[in-house]
Ligand binder design. Structure first.
Ligand code: C2E
Ligand code: MG
Ligand code: MG
Ligand code: MG
Length: 270
């Protein structure tokens, strides 16, 4: 009985060999209370400009610590919220909080641009433009302090609609990054057809860049291509100095990763 009890605990905290369906159902069951008690918060991860060493841009990353489940990763709960429809509710909260934080940083004399992750479903629902524009206005935040991150790939099912929404964001002065580049279709035509300002190369391509010459070649090619299209390049998941040095030599603009900082609370940003 004791052993099975242990297994149960392992399942609940997500580190055991949990049946994904069980874990999924538990997360879904805990969501209403999490919304009610405002159990979600944002952490901010600095992005370092390689030319200046400056870290005046950050990415907002959602956190949820549940009294029953413990810390649940957004990689787990975002897809569940996309299925349940809760993504629209949480997305609106994130946008509001990001604008409020941008305002606080403006007021304290340390303005920071904040990148916010947006689900393709928010684009598809056409809610993102009015929500963002309204939140910027309400908090008195200039649009250039917000960047929207979208993921490429199958999720962008309705390309013309996505392009229309993103163009409206660009017209409002908001910049746009294509997240996780390289993990989906990595299509070059997507780089051309979306109104982007930045490409974020996925961590999986950065992981071995300092030991696998073919990965370095590939990343160098992506950087050159992006630059030829007038886009900035950010490398994700940079954990070692040797990676940063190589990325700088390859002409990468910005790096983000544990080497610079983990995602932290606003008060812990230097
Ligand atoms: P992402 O947008 O690609 O974010 C990068 C993820 O990599 C984050 O995980 C970050 O904490 C992690 N990371 C950053 N640097 C390093 C590193 O050096 N090493 C390692 N091992 N990991 C690093 P996180 O915070 O767990 O978020 C996972 C994903 O969840 C995000 O991937 C994003 O797609 C999604 N997400 C997070 N917050 C939101 C949100 O507010 N809205 C939406 N729609 N999705 C979100
Ligand atoms: Mg992101
Ligand atoms: Mg990413
Ligand atoms: Mg990701």
């Amino acid at each position: 009985a004791k052993q099975s009890g242990k297994r149960q605990v392992a399942r609940l905290d997500g580190h055991g060999e949990a049946a994904p369906i069980v874990r999924n159902a538990l997360i879904r069951r805990r969501l209403p209370e999490a919304f009610e008690t405002r159990a979600f918060s944002l952490r901010y991860q600095p992005q370092m400009d390689l030319a200046s060493g400056d870290c005046s841009a950050v990415e907002a990353l959602l956190r949820w610590t549940d009294p029953v489940l413990g810390a649940v990763s957004p990689a787990e709960f975002i897809p569940i919220m996309e299925l349940s429809g809760d993504i629209h509710r949480i997305g609106e909260r994130v946008i509001n909080e990001v604008c409020a934080q941008a305002r606080r940083w403006l007021d304290s004399g340390t303005p920071r641009r904040i990148a916010v992750n947006v689900s393709p479903l928010q684009l598809a629902a056409r809610t993102i433009v009015p929500e963002l524009v309204e939140a910027l206005h309400r908090h008195g935040v200039p649009a250039y302090l917000i960047q929207v991150e979208i993921t490429e790939g199958a999720a962008i099912t309705d390309l013309p609609r996505a392009v229309g929404q993103l163009q409206q964001l660009r017209d409002a002065g908001i910049s746009i990054a294509l997240d996780d580049y390289g993990t989906g279709f990595s299509s070059l035509s997507l780089l051309r057809s979306l109104p982007l300002t930045t490409v974020k190369i996925d961590k999986t391509f950065i992981d071995n860049i300092d030991s696998a010459p073919s990965d370095a070649l590939l990343v160098g090619g992506i950087i050159d291509t992006a630059h030829a299209l007038g886009l900035k390049v950010t490398a994700e998941g940079v954990e070692r100095e040797s990676q940063r040095r190589l990325l700088r030599d390859l002409g990468c603009d910005t790096v983000q990763g544990y080497l610079i900082s983990r995602p932290v609370a606003p008060k812990d940003l230097s």
